[in-house]
Design a protein around this ligand. Structure first.
Ligand SMILES: Nc1nc2c(ncn2[C@@H]2O[C@H](COP(=O)(O)OP(=O)(O)OP(=O)(O)O)[C@@H](O)[C@H]2O)c(=O)[nH]1
Ligand SMILES: [Ca+2]
Length: 498
């Protein structure tokens, strides 16, 4: 006789059909549960949607293509610029006498957009054209010519397979406010409700300043106030656009200032010593910014010569700002209200082009030192400048001394930046690969891509959710197996005598 453990003789319980079936069903259930959870929460499709904005500025037109994930997440700050194209030739307002050409000029960049945006998205891709100060001025000067330019541009853009949403002139407020939206959206400040950055935009024909100031509620000078509710936060923005104070029109104003008596030549401190070019009076005064100052009797041309003196240049530049009247508690210039400057500022477009060329984008350099460096640059003879920068466009190169002086004067005398607040300015071209400017903000607004209220975000991130579902499923399965214990084969504790 031998004593044996009976259960040892029994078949392995895991081989019993019931256990096998339960296990298989359990495993299938867990796999199914986890798969459903993963699929349900997977971004439905990783494909992209597109939007196109044409920035019809006074000096040139640029096309921007934006991209964002096709499903959900549009409101989580993920719209990015994927491509930009600079239209050859001048801005559309320069085609007043040949409107058809304004439309034609856009063709090349538009064809590029046709190739860049996937074909199946073409028909649903919104296309906007916004015109700024150049068209505002043309509209003042000759509204029928500006209508014709728009008609030509409209017709040209309709030829493309996109969802064309129209061409129009932006108001100065829109231009300023959307520049502010762009800068703060790209920095992810809006969604997170962080303190915002002000925006400084310097174009060819107008310039904008926009910022949130805690002591400005919009009641003083309401025309400078723009209200936004974005991601559940209220913003009361101060914004102003100065028509004629873009750098090209400001240069005209300083030249007008120096040619009031209709001389045959001027010695301009804003241009380098040795610079000399013959220019036409009719071209100089062909703008509403200066047309009323045209000298009574003037020859057809004047010789524009330079003498390269920063301090004298600054005096002439100052004279295009009017500081005599202010009906508000405080003003910037020309009687325009401006609350106390507050917070950091991003300065883009010509602010960046000019300060970058002059190697003056580092605002931690004291303002006095910046002025000294610029004074030194302005005093450099024209022949030396030309030798030093043989590849820079002649028109740009000739104007950097004026442009730098104008920028510093506008910031300090105009907007009241001081040596203390100057370091709050950052000269920027782009943020995270997207250009700073009004176009992105304009598109986000028109496509309702920034919700007024904060989106309901799921309490757990995707990975966390999946892990928890998996752990709970496994736990439930183990519990289930344990609950089946009564049906498990029993081993007797005592050896049995067979
Ligand atoms: N140095 C330099 N200047 C530039 C460049 N691109 C544009 N500019 C000049 O900088 C000024 C401002 O340019 P933009 O910001 O494009 O102006 P815009 O949008 O055409 O004009 P607005 O309608 O007033 O906004 C103009 O005088 C341009 O000629 C560049 O790459 N380098
Ligand atoms: Ca512009």
């Amino acid at each position: 006789q031998s004593a044996q453990f009976l259960c040892m003789k029994e078949k392995n319980p895991w081989h019993r059909p019931v256990t096998i079936i339960i296990t298989v069903i359990g495993v299938i259930a867990i796999v199914a549960l986890v798969t459903v959870a993963v699929l349900q929460n997977w971004p439905l499709s990783q494909k992209y949607k597109y939007g196109i904005v044409l920035d019809a500025g006074s000096s040139h037109t640029a096309l921007y293509i934006y991209e964002w994930p096709a499903e959900k997440d549009n409101n989580t700050g993920r719209v990015e610029q994927t491509h930009s194209c600079t239209v050859k030739g001048p801005g559309i307002s320069s085609y007043a006498s040949a409107p058809q050409k304004a439309g034609e000029s856009l063709t090349e960049c538009m064809q590029e957009a046709v190739h860049r945006v996937p074909k199946k998205r073409h028909h649903e891709t919104p296309l906007y054209l916004g015109a700024t100060a150049g068209m505002r001025l043309l509209n003042v000067q000759n509204s029928s010519a500006s209508n014709k330019v728009f008609q030509a541009v409209d017709e040209a853009l309709r030829e493309f397979p996109f969802a064309f949403q129209g061409a129009r002139i932006l108001s100065g407020q829109e231009e300023g406010a959307f520049g502010w939206v762009t800068v703060n959206y790209l920095d992810d400040r809006l969604r997170q409700g962080l303190e915002t950055n002000g925006a400084l935009d310097l174009g060819g024909a107008s310039t904008q300043i926009s910022f949130v100031s805690s002591n400005y509620d919009g009641s003083e000078s309401p025309s400078n106030s723009v209200n936004f509710r974005l991601y559940g936060n209220d913003y009361n923005l101060y914004t102003h656009s100065f028509l004629c104070y873009g750098k090209d029109q400001a240069l005209r104003m300083t030249l007008a200032q120096q040619t009031r008596s209709g001389p045959t030549s001027i010695l301009d401190p804003c241009f380098h010593d040795g610079y000399s070019e013959t220019k036409e009076y009719s071209k100089l005064y062909d703008s509403p910014c200066v047309s009323d100052r045209k000298p009574q009797e003037a020859p057809s041309t004047y010789i524009h010569t330079g003498k390269g003196n920063f301090h004298q240049c600054q005096e002439i530049v100052k004279s295009v700002f009017n500081f005599t009247h202010c009906q508000y508690s405080q003003c910037s210039f020309n009687g325009i209200f401006q609350p106390h400057l507050q917070g950091p500022f991003g300065a883009f477009s010509a602010y960046y082009f000019v300060m970058n060329f002059l190697k003056l984008t580092n605002t931690s350099i004291p303002l006095e030192q910046v002025k000294e460096k610029l004074a030194h640059y302005c005093a450099t003879p024209w022949t030396q400048i030309q030798k030093q920068y043989p590849n820079v466009k002649h028109k740009y190169l000739a104007e950097y001394c004026f442009s730098g002086t104008y920028i510093l004067t506008l910031l300090t005398e105009g907007y009241n930046f001081t040596s203390e607040s100057y370091p709050n300015i950052k000269f920027i071209k782009e943020i995270k690969g997207s250009d700073a400017g009004w176009t992105l903000g304009y598109m986000l607004n028109l496509t309702n891509m920034i919700p007024a209220e904060a989106p309901d975000s799921p309490p757990l991130p995707h990975a966390g959710y999946i892990s928890i579902v998996t752990v709970i499923a496994v736990l439930l399965f183990v519990l289930f197996i344990l609950s089946m214990r009564p049906f498990w084969p029993q081993c007797s504790k005592e050896p049995q005598i067979i």
